[in-house]
Design a protein. Structure first.
Length: 185
């Protein structure tokens, strides 16, 4: 074999190696891109979920604040007081991105941590503000110092991601409890 043919053979091997390397890069990119896109959409969904959870927490605090300030309603009916609380929750939750409120509960907590128990006296309203049940009348809400009752507001809400990569719905709840301290005029 001559020297020139050996050089040509080595040159041809180098070209084939570069072509193989380019093909390998394309295959690696084709495998990596879907994984990266899925990871980015997951991070986006998680970020929006956290943001919605903060808004839901704010909505429960505003509802509990309204319930604590209204107390016994000073001449208002239970439905009128509760509707003001529910409207406060809805107004505070306008910034929910991909979540919807399914239920609002106004309750007298019996648990030490203030969490909602199904046996607690409570008034429940659906996501439109319509009454589901009432068992916590304003007459039963103690606002006289030093025996003020605690009052809680809990919302049930659903988060549904909108990225389209995968579809699922997460049912969550948030609650806030405050001492009843009506504004006396």
């Amino acid at each position: 074999m001559s020297v020139s043919s050996r050089r040509r053979t080595e040159r041809d091997r180098g070209r084939r190696g570069r072509r193989r390397s380019r093909g390998q890069s394309v295959v690696e990119l084709a495998v990596a891109v879907p994984v990266l896109v899925l990871l980015m959409m997951s991070v986006f969904n998680l970020t929006v979920l956290i943001s919605d959870r903060l808004v839901a927490g704010y909505a429960t605090r505003e509802g509990a604040r309204m319930a604590a300030q209204l107390g016994t309603g000073q001449g208002l009916t239970t439905t009128q007081v509760d509707q003001q609380v529910v409207q406060s929750v809805f107004a505070s939750s306008l910034n929910l991105d991909f979540a919807t409120i399914t239920e609002v509960d106004i309750y007298h907590p019996s648990a030490a941590d203030g969490s909602f128990q199904s046996t607690d006296p409570h008034d429940s309203y659906d996501g439109n503000g319509s009454t589901i049940s009432q068992s916590y009348p304003v007459a039963g809400r103690g606002v006289t110092p030093p025996g003020e009752d605690s009052i809680g507001v809990r919302i049930l809400w659903q988060y549904t991601p909108q990225t389209g990569a995968y579809s699922f719905t997460v049912a969550l709840s948030e609650y806030t409890v405050m001492k009843e301290a009506p504004v006396i005029q």
